[in-house]
Write a protein that binds this ligand. Structure first.
Ligand SMILES: [Zn+2]
Length: 333
């Protein structure tokens, strides 16, 4: 496995700050509504939290003390609507580059998982969606605005629903923290293309699409964005708390890391972008174990479901993936 790149400071926005404090109600996201998340944070902060949360979660009590609090970089001026518009343009390009699985059982199941996790995220108001890519290459990634993609190869790798929830919670974490959108904006800016992109975000004139194609296509652009270890750690923790609040057992992260470690062993150092970007390192597992000690996992927290097993076996009925370069090879986040 190739060595994971260190944090590229040129891709970090000046002023971008992360803290571990709970987010204040009505804070800086630009969302005017008091969301489910910050209602809960407010309850917690005001001391009503312990009792209220126990009631809200059927006796399950969780602490929010170490959930990353994301602040928006001053250089990211995009409104949520602008970010969604940018995401839609990227999504259209991605879907012209890969084969999307069209299966109502699969689609409905995945949408259910994502909407349950996203509702418990710090950005619950985005129009989250998920599509399955017909590729055996293990991969999952997200783009601005809440558009998630999952390769069937990753589903084939995992055994239980909580591992899938950990994967998707991590990707929602990247959306929440604006990791992709921030890097894309910097990438456009570095090529003096930020102004035409922003000027045409909400126009149907094909300008942004042309720029993406000129830069090699959506997948190639995404492959250029290397997240730092800190970004990945944030996405893990954000996903951890999404899972906990949505009543999944976040031990799923540890099981997912085990599956990735096995894959790494099987591949014996063969290049795989997903592993390169998401190494199952002792540090990632340790961070999750540390968090597990700080929260109470409800006795009835979900680990697996019949629906997951039906979903997984439906994979076997899908047509063979197309023999073109696997999208998972170069676009994982
Ligand atoms: Zn990631």
């Amino acid at each position: 496995m190739k060595t994971r790149p260190e944090c590229d400071e040129s891709q970090r926005f000046p002023g971008e700050q992360i803290s571990s404090r709970p987010r204040d109600a009505g804070s800086d996201t630009g969302e005017s509504a008091m969301t489910i998340w910050n209602r809960r944070a407010w309850l917690y902060r005001t001391g009503i939290g312990a009792a209220a949360l126990a009631v809200m979660r059927g006796g399950a009590l969780s602490a929010f003390a170490d959930e990353p609090h994301i602040t928006i970089s001053p250089l990211n001026k995009l409104s949520d609507a602008d970010e969604i518009a940018l995401g839609r343009k990227f999504a259209a390009q991605i879907e012209s580059e890969v084969e999307i699985v069209s299966n109502p059982v699969i689609g409905h199941y995945l949408e259910g998982i994502v909407s349950a996790l996203a509702a418990q995220s710090q950005r619950p108001n985005l129009p989250y969606s998920i599509k399955l890519i017909n590729s055996h290459e293990p991969n999952a990634f997200s783009i601005p605005g809440g558009f998630l993609y999952l390769n069937r190869g990753l589903v084939e790798l995992i055994a239980e629903e909580d591992e899938l929830a950990a994967t998707l919670g991590h990707e929602i974490g990247h959306v929440v923290a604006r990791h992709v959108v921030n890097r894309l904006l910097l990438s456009f800016e570095a090529r003096s293309l930020l102004k035409p992109v922003l000027d045409n975000l909400n126009k149907k004139n094909g300008v942004v699409e042309q720029i993406i194609r000129k830069l090699g296509g959506a997948l190639a652009m995404l492959a250029m964005l290397h997240f730092s270890r800190e970004d990945e750690a944030q996405a893990d923790l954000l996903g951890f708390y999404e899972m906990l609040r949505a009543d999944w057992d976040p031990h799923g992260f540890l099981e997912l890391f085990d599956q990735l470690a096995q894959l790494e062993k099987q591949l014996g150092g063969a290049p795989n972008q997903f592993l390169s970007d998401h190494p199952p390192t002792p540090e990632r597992a340790e961070a999750i174990r540390r968090e597990l000690k700080r929260v109470k996992i409800p006795a009835n927290a979900r680990k697996d479901s019949v629906r997951f097993q039906v979903f997984k076996s439906t994979m076997g009925l899908l047509p063979t993936p197309p023999k073109r370069p696997a999208p998972g090879g170069n676009s994982s986040q």
